[in-house]
Design a binder for this molecule. Structure first.
Ligand code: SAH
Length: 232
């Protein structure tokens, strides 16, 4: 199984706080409107069949459903999925959540999705290329796939590990393992090897003084990438 039990456990222990915007998940709440609008601008979500891989408590999944998409969210964290289900009941925003590995879902529902999202997840799995291949299998020809992860270089170590976990204490220590960070060229390689085309990169920045996140062209720390499955 392409999953690290310790990684799943880390998220499980915090799962009850997933929807608390002041909790460890605050960064996900704050970046969500930015990534949602970026996705929606490239792939208007209304009426689309969407799958969110590594959905956790469902912050992105629910927001895409609010835009009018039919959303499936999958994860291997049982607690996070329970929280996601409860939140969906409370909010009245319907999402189909499933505890299943991306690779197994790809075998069951290949080519069924207009849009596949996989955010802040690749840097937590043993074999990210296999997740990218599963995403490529899930998307329809002509459909789009969106990833986000952390770049690997001295600056990202300083900002994403030392800054976020030790200085600003935005994330619990040990949230991110530098060795597992993925450079844009590595991710591009995974994407192309999976038969997808890279469409574009976007950087995501955080200003610790204003505490504001923004999208920009600096992919040196957090970044997003858009890919497309060719029609033929
Ligand atoms: N994508 C969500 C959550 C990111 S947190 C968001 O951006 O809002 C990372 C998530 O990846 C957690 O929910 C964790 O349980 C999940 N995860 C880690 N390893 C996984 C694996 N091998 N398969 C599926 N999900 C995994």
């Amino acid at each position: 199984m392409n999953a690290d039990p310790l990684e799943l456990q880390k998220f499980s222990e915090l799962a009850h706080r997933w929807w608390d915007p002041t909790s460890e998940f605050r960064p996900l709440h704050e970046i969500n409107p930015l990534r949602l609008e970026w996705i929606n601008a490239r792939a208007p979500l209304a009426g689309k069949n969407v799958i969110d891989i590594g959905c956790g408590g469902g912050i992105l999944s629910e927001s895409m459903a609010r835009k009018g998409a039919t959303v499936t969210g999958i994860d291997l964290g049982e607690k996070a999925l329970k929280v996601a289900d409860l939140h969906s009941l409370e909010s009245g925003v319907q999402v189909r959540y499933k505890l299943i590995a991306a690779e197994d879902m790809a075998a069951q529902e290949a080519g069924q999705y207009d849009v596949v999202t996989c955010m802040e997840m690749l840097e937590h799995v043993p074999d990210p290329a296999a997740i990218v291949r599963a995403c490529a299998a899930l998307v329809k020809p002509g459909g789009q796939v969106f990833f986000s992860t952390l770049n690997r270089n001295p600056k990202s170590y300083l900002f994403a590990v030392i800054g976020a976990e030790y200085i600003l204490r935005m994330l619990p220590k040990g949230t991110h393992d530098y060795e597992k960070f993925i450079t844009p060229s590595e991710l591009s390689q995974f994407i192309r090897s999976a038969g997808l085309e890279v469409q574009g990169f976007k950087g995501m920045g955080y200003n610790p003084l204003t505490k504001i996140y923004s999208l920009n062209d600096d992919t040196s720390v957090n970044y997003l990438v858009a890919a497309r499955r060719p029609l033929a």
